[in-house]
Design a protein around this ligand. Structure first.
Ligand code: SF4
Length: 234
């Protein structure tokens, strides 16, 4: 990770300015989304899985209905797969629902032993342990660690990769595996010091990628980080 990062020669002052402008913008402009009001790891996990490949506006209804029907990991583990798929019907990418159901059964049956511990909460807070559970990739592990447990963990999805490369390293290509390591290194290097600030920082990165620095359009004139961005048109 250190090698990937040193090749990019990131300036610490630019990193600080980027983080403070980004988080200040988020506090004023963030959408009021229901999963941002909870720290329940199960509810966060459901939202993160639903949001993969699916627009926020579609997930809003599904998330609330799903949690009403299966309010806890135990309730989900007790359900039949057919019932879980029924609650997911219309969202698509049904492997997400099957994996979530498998995860609930593994965790409820084995408890913390599912990720290699003998004691602990129902879901682990560390990304490395979360990744041992069915259907949890690097992004989802970082998201649950940050958004549920307020851990200082990095996360990179398509939106975040786009923002970080445009700002810090326009030559990197998010689809190239060699560059993905570098993008994760940038995400790690730009994290704030505390877990609480990391919660805001990671939400803000995703929000900027969804609202301002999108795949279709760059709204550089309205962007809070344009003064440190290597791709700014403003
Ligand atoms: S200045 Fe433009 S390119 Fe840079 S992050 Fe903002 S919107 Fe994206």
């Amino acid at each position: 990770m250190a090698t990937a990062l040193s090749a990019l020669r990131l300036d610490p002052q630019r990193i600080r300015t980027f983080g403070s402008k980004l988080r200040a913008w988020y506090r004023r402009n963030a959408r009021d989304l229901p999963w941002r009001h909870t720290r329940d790891p199960y509810a966060i996990l459901v939202s993160e899985l639903m949001l993969q490949q699916t627009q926020v506006s579609r997930v809003l209804d599904y998330w609330t209905r799903f949690l009403t029907r299966f309010p806890t990991l135990h309730a989900l583990a007790d359900a039949k797969e057919r019932q879980v798929l029924d609650a997911w019907a219309g969202l698509g990418y049904y492997a997400r629902a099957r994996n979530l159901h498998k995860l609930s059964r593994a965790v409820v049956r084995e408890g913390p032993r599912a990720w290699g511990d003998d004691t602990g909460p129902l879901l682990p807070a560390e990304p490395a342990k979360l990744r041992r559970l069915p259907g949890i990739g690097a992004y989802t592990a970082g998201a649950v660690a940050t958004f549920a447990f307020e851990r200082r963990a990095s996360l990179v999805d398509t939106n975040v990769a786009r923002v970080l490369t445009r700002v810090f390293a326009p030559r990197l290509q998010p689809k190239r595996s060699r560059d993905q390591k570098r993008i994760w290194a940038i995400a790690e290097a730009t994290l704030p010091r505390t877990g609480k600030a990391t919660w805001t920082h990671n939400q803000a990165l995703m929000e900027l990628g969804a609202l301002v620095c999108t795949a279709r359009v760059k709204r550089c004139d309205a962007c809070p980080v344009r003064m440190v961005c290597r791709s700014s048109d403003a």
